[in-house]
Design a binder for this molecule. Structure first.
Ligand SMILES: [Zn+2]
Length: 143
């Protein structure tokens, strides 16, 4: 099987480690989420409702981060088993350049495009690179 060199694998492994650290720094771990429990005492009804919305969004964000961590874990475990970088659909090697952009990619580009056509709803979440959603989700900046 043609595929990644040891050096390329090493780079991708380091990239995924860094990504995991970055996500953990932002989102915390499942045991100790960074998003603190909010204080409820001094809020009137309007603020409580608002806070619930924020809480829901935080939950969605944490879920999103956890999914990314799970993807990274899965990719790293594929790496340990020597199955990393192989398209799950056509069994061809996934190009290094694609893996650099999407370290958790499980499909080569043609198969991913096909997959997204067949499953447009899933595609939305997986199309973004892992880093895109992290920097500043628009809803976090609302005042
Ligand atoms: Zn493929």
């Amino acid at each position: 099987m043609e595929g990644l060199t040891k050096e390329e694998l090493g780079k991708l492994a380091a990239q995924m480690d860094a990504e995991k650290l970055r996500i953990r720094a932002i989102a915390g771990t499942a045991d100790s989420p960074v998003v603190a429990p909010t204080q409820r005492e001094h809020l009137d009804d309007g603020e409580v409702a608002d806070e619930k919305t924020v809480q829901r969004q935080s939950d969605a964000m944490l879920k999103h981060y956890r999914m990314q961590l799970a993807d990274l874990d899965a990719a790293q475990s594929r790496m340990r088993r020597g199955q990393y970088g192989v398209c799950i659909d056509c069994q061809q090697a996934i190009p290094f350049s694609r893996l650099q952009a999407y370290p958790t990619a499980m499909r080569c580009t043609p198969c991913q495009n096909l997959h997204e056509q067949l499953h447009p709803r899933q595609a939305q979440a997986s199309r973004r690179p892992a880093s895109a959603g992290l920097s500043s989700p628009g809803w976090l900046t609302r005042s």
